[in-house]
Design a protein around this ligand. Structure first.
Ligand code: HEM
Length: 241
């Protein structure tokens, strides 16, 4: 579980390098506090994340979709378990990484492109893209300028509609305006380009498929029945350890 706070001598998934820039934990705390006040020990932190994701997607312009609930919270949070793909992962490796968790090529493309229709990326993680002569010229000039600022600034992943969950990023990558290497690669690779093109043509299709893929991702593997627990405070296991 990513939500568990580290303790002295006991690191958690929050300490894993690829999770360093995750934030917004206080939003989950606030939702959980209100739930515990009205309906104690009933809704897990895992369900809170899933429902909050759904609401965030909807508020940002995505489809409002129903998500199954009933997940329980993990009793484990170890940085060594964190195995996230890096920014320059090749398409073949991305396909395998998603297949390993029960998600096919179609799901992978939809989730990666859908996830990156909002949000930001640190300049240090796009140096290879900035050096890529194939990147569309005006975007390249803009990013070079923005990334000159001190302290590793961040830039938008979707330069067209950075605050909207829509097919803007698909249109961007078809014009060599993908900011993150894997996003751009999905627009170029023969195995994935067709999917990007179909989304670029049809925002309603993208919104529907992204919602379906999020539900699928959130129901592949979870704890149920008597496994795990319903945490009282998302940052600590109920036994305090
Ligand atoms: C091959 C798979 C993926 C790779 C290599 C990847 C890589 C990255 C990288 C490098 C960043 C920037 C982090 C930073 O600068 O600190 C990022 C941001 C982000 N990613 Fe992914 N990602 C992948 C899949 C996904 C998926 C499946 C989703 C969700 C469905 C997602 C959602 C996001 C979001 C929302 C951000 C922006 C975070 C923010 O603004 O704070 N990513 N991703």
């Amino acid at each position: 579980s990513l939500l568990i706070d580290p303790k002295p001598g006991r690191p958690s998934e929050k300490n894993a390098g690829p999770n360093a820039s995750v934030d917004g934990y206080e939003i989950i705390d606030e939702i959980k506090k209100q739930l515990e006040a009205h309906c104690p020990r009933t809704v897990s932190c895992a369900d809170v994340i899933t429902l909050a994701t759904r609401d965030a997607v909807t508020l940002a312009g995505g489809l409002r979709y129903a998500v199954p609930t009933g997940r329980r919270d993990s009793l484990r949070s170890n940085p060594a378990d964190v195995n996230l793909p890096g920014p320059t992962i090749p398409v073949t490796d991305a396909i395998h990484a998603f297949e390993a968790v029960g998600l096919n090529l179609f799901d992978m493309v939809t989730l990666v492109i859908g996830g990156h229709t909002v949000g930001e990326i640190h300049c240090s993680l796009i140096q290879d893209r900035i050096a890529d002569p194939a990147m569309e010229r005006s975007l390249n000039a803009k990013l070079r300028k923005q990334c000159k600022a001190p302290n590793d600034p961040s830039v938008f992943l979707d330069q067209r509609t950075p605050f909207k969950v829509d097919n803007g990023l698909c249109l961007e990558v078809l014009r060599q305006r993908g900011v993150l290497r894997i996003d751009q690669s999905l627009g170029l690779d023969g195995r994935t380009r067709g999917i990007i093109m179909s989304y670029a043509k049809d925002n309603a299709l993208f919104r529907r498929k992204f919602a379906q893929a999020l539900v699928k991702m959130g129901t592949r593997r979870f704890l149920s029945g008597r496994a795990g627990e319903i945490r009282k405070n998302c940052r600590v296991f109920n036994n305090g350890h």
